[in-house]
Structures are given as structure tokens and as C-alpha cells.
Design a binder for this molecule. Structure first.
Ligand SMILES: *[C@@H]1O[C@H](CO)[C@@H](O)[C@H](O)[C@H]1NC(C)=O
Ligand SMILES: *[C@@H]1O[C@H](CO)[C@@H](O)[C@H](O)[C@H]1NC(C)=O
Ligand SMILES: *[C@@H]1O[C@H](CO)[C@@H](O)[C@H](O)[C@H]1NC(C)=O
Ligand SMILES: [Zn+2]
Length: 287
């Protein structure tokens, strides 16, 4: 009894420091996010469906260039289960150099489906949902000292989105997938050796979708310059199933375990937004 009470107090303190509870299903699901997080019901929300009629070819979009992504294996990175995703913290000496500001890396994380529904990407292409999606989150380090200061600013964040589909085994993803059993429960963290983060990106960094959007999770700040690569990367079915079944959204102390999967938000309205594309085929001609 006392332990249960202590646990409730711990959870309550935790919520106070991190904001109100939110989930992907049930009463705290995405339809209700805006009750506690008003931006989730506001403008410039993400993800969106990349429908052909929203796309505009922009010949001035340069290939994405990233710096210092090949991390030394001597460096250690924190891998965590935050109850909503698996997250790998990244050092801020990694950055994107091809945008008008320098955007330094903060973390990468994933969205995925479940073992019986393999589709769980957030962005979709003409309604097609991929198996999963990786987000490499960067903040504008020219203007802000850290991600906490940048997260709610209109020019605060730049996220690289990578579609994941089932196919060939991907050795780069295994560099941290293999530690997943060490973070089965919410708030668990472990240190893992760093590796070449560039190997997680698709081969073609010149073909992408670009638009102004938001965090896809509460508090849904409209602070993200999105770059979603056109070409997916592949992971094997076995790798996908490991991701989809290894983790829980619940704390180790809780008696009912809640599986962590299906952690993607539904497409949001595009409003008057256009999606710029760096590639020429498969879009409506500019007129
Ligand atoms: C939103 O929250 C209310 C109050 O908790 C609940 O009755 C309702 O079912 C929730 N909506 C959804 C779509 O879950
Ligand atoms: C990454 O760096 C390591 C040395 O730390 C080097 O051996 C390896 O070839 C580099 N990989 C790439 C793709 O540049
Ligand atoms: C971020 O920078 C602000 C302003 O310099 C500082 O007050 C805050 O403690 C920093 N936050 C973190 C998490 O480092
Ligand atoms: Zn994300």
C-alpha cells in the first residue's frame, strides 16, 4: 500500500515536471491532446500526407549536407525509452550545414507500427504509410543556446525524416537495436557506443520534401522546418518485429504492461501550405 502510494507520488511529480499525460490511444489520445496542449489544435501541424497536388518543384533546394555524423566508437550515447519512443541522444557537434542557419543535432527517435500492422510512419505519400519513420532532431544553434530554448521558436528546429520500409537487413540500425532489451520500460536509459549516424540516412540526400510544420507530439509547437527524404531505408522484418515488440510504454513498477507501438500521429490538414520538392518527377507542373 505504502509502496503504491509512493509510486503514485513519484508519477505525479514526474507529470508536474514534464506536463500532462498523453498517449496514442484511449482518453489521452491525439483527439484530446489539444485540451492540455493548445498548439496541437492550432496551425502548421505535422505530419501531413504528401499529396501530389500539394507538391511544388523548387530547383533551388540544395542536397542536404550533414557534418560530423561519423561519430567515434569511443564516444558513448544515451539510448532511452521515454514511454513514447526509443530515443538516441546526439552530440551537438553534429550539424546540418546546407540550411540558412546551422542546425545542431539533439536526438533521433522513431515512429512505427505494431507486429500485426506493419505500417507506422507519420508522413505518408498519397496516402501510403511506410513501416516506420526516423526523426533526426536538430535545433538552430546560430540563434539559440540549446534545444529547450529553440523548441517553441518559429525557426527553432529542423528535423530530418526518413521513411523506413521492410526489406534488406540494415546493419547500421543494429548498432543500437541490439541494446533495446536494456530499455524495455519507460524512463530506462543505457549508454551505447557511438557509430556512423550517416549510415542511418538514405543514400540520396538530394531528393526530399520540404515544408513548415510542427512537433508531431505534445506540445506540438509549430517550430519545425521539415525535410523528409523521398527514398526510404530498409530494415529486415526481424529487425522491425524486434522494434515493435521489445518496448513498453509503461514503467517497470507498473503491474499492467502497455506495449509501445503504433506511436504515430494521424495526418494533419495542409491548410494553405505547399510542400516544396527538390526532385522533378511525380509532381504537378508549376503554372
Ligand atoms: C477525450 O476525453 C474525454 C474526457 O476524459 C473522454 O470522455 C473522451 O472519450 C476522450 N476522447 C477520445 C476520442 O478518446
Ligand atoms: C568513420 O570513421 C571511422 C574512424 O573513426 C573510419 O574508420 C570510417 O571509415 C569512417 N566511415 C566513413 C563512412 O567515413
Ligand atoms: C538552455 O539555455 C538557457 C539559457 O542560456 C539556460 O537557462 C538553460 O538552463 C539551458 N537548458 C539546458 C537544458 O541546458
Ligand atoms: Zn518524431
Amino acid at each position: 500500500m505504502t509502496l503504491t502510494l509512493l509510486f503514485i507520488i513519484l508519477i505525479a511529480c514526474h507529470l508536474e515536471s514534464t506536463g500532462a499525460k498523453w498517449t496514442y490511444n484511449g482518453p489521452d489520445g491525439e483527439h484530446n491532446w489539444s485540451n492540455n496542449y493548445p498548439f496541437c489544435g492550432g496551425a502548421f501541424q505535422s505530419p501531413i500526407d504528401f499529396q501530389t497536388q500539394l507538391l511544388r518543384y523548387d530547383p533551388n533546394l540544395p542536397p542536404i549536407q550533414v557534418q560530423n555524423y561519423n561519430l567515434s566508437t569511443k564516444e558513448q550515447l544515451t539510448l532511452s525509452n521515454n514511454g513514447h519512443s526509443v530515443q538516441l541522444y546526439l552530440p551537438s557537434h553534429m550539424y546540418i550545414s546546407s540550411l540558412p542557419h546551422r542546425y545542431s543535432a539533439a536526438q533521433l527517435h522513431f515512429h512505427w507500427g505494431s507486429s500485426n500492422l506493419l505500417t507506422g510512419s507519420e508522413h505518408t505519400v498519397n496516402g501510403k504509410r511506410f513501416a516506420g519513420e526516423m526523426h533526426v532532431v536538430h535545433f538552430n544553434s546560430d540563434k539559440y543556446p540549446n534545444i529547450s530554448m529553440a523548441v517553441d521558436k518559429h525557426d527553432g528546429l529542423a528535423v530530418l525524416g526518413v521513411f523506413i520500409e521492410i526489406g534488406e537487413f540494415n546493419p547500421a540500425f543494429d548498432k543500437f537495436f541490439k541494446y533495446m532489451n536494456g530499455i524495455k520500460y519507460r524512463d530506462q536509459k543505457i549508454q551505447v557506443p557511438a557509430f556512423n549516424i550517416h549510415a542511418l540516412l538514405p543514400a540520396r540526400l538530394d531528393e526530399y520534401y520540404r515544408y513548415d510544420g510542427s512537433l508531431t507530439t505534445p506540445p506540438c509547437y509549430p517550430s519545425v522546418l521539415w525535410t523528409v527524404f523521398r527514398r526510404p531505408v530498409t530494415i529486415s522484418r526481424k529487425q522491425f518485429l524486434a522494434l515493435a515488440t521489445a518496448l513498453y510504454a509503461s514503467y517497470a513498477q507498473e503491474s499492467t504492461t502497455v506495449p509501445l507501438h503504433g506511436n504515430y500521429r494521424k495526418p494533419q490538414i495542409a491548410d494553405n501550405r505547399v510542400v516544396l520538392v527538390s526532385f522533378k518527377d511525380g509532381k504537378k507542373p508549376k503554372c
